[in-house]
Ligand binder design. Structure first.
Ligand code: FES
Length: 152
């Protein structure tokens, strides 16, 4: 059950700030770990915009999540430089290892696998982030060690 009072507190911090909607959404995501659908009406009312506009902003920015993330979050870059260095094949292998498809969370909630479009570390492609820590030149062979917390 989502405590919408907490969401309203966050919304009220940003409604008078120009461009406050993005800050508000980040704030809500930091409180709940994602942007719960139960908060959409309050966000729309607070910023005097339609629910569709709120949904539009959330879906436009890849960083906003609309469902709880897994305990472990693995993010794989799919932008050009990483793709040219094998990120697509790496992603298929990571899906097998983790037992979850890209941009999904495993049913047991243990892990989310997410797409990122460039970490800004293109020279060391392909790049994978595991629980906030960026790993460069990741291969299928060393990914398994990395995800277990061992250095590869
Ligand atoms: S393309 Fe992957 S880090 Fe830039």
């Amino acid at each position: 059950m989502v405590n919408t009072d907490k969401a309203v507190e966050v919304i009220n911090q940003y409604i008078d700030i120009p461009g406050g909607l993005l800050e508000c959404l980040h704030g809500i995501q930091s409180v709940f770990g994602f942007v719960p659908k139960e908060t959409i009406d309050d966000i729309a009312d607070g910023f005097n915009i339609s629910r569709a506009e709120v949904h539009g902003v959330i879906s436009y920015y890849h960083d906003f999540k609309t469902s709880p993330r897994g305990k472990k979050v693995v993010r794989i870059c799919q932008a050009e430089a990483c793709q040219s260095m094998g990120s697509r094949d790496l992603t298929r292998r990571v899906e097998e290892i983790l037992g979850v498809k890209i941009d999904e969370t495993r049913v047991d909630g243990a892990v989310s696998l997410e797409t990122v479009y460039c970490f800004g570390n293109c020279a060391l492609s392909p790049n994978v982030e595991i629980d906030g820590k960026l790993h460069a030149r990741v291969t299928s062979d060393n990914f398994e060690k990395l995800v277990k917390g061992e250095e590869a």
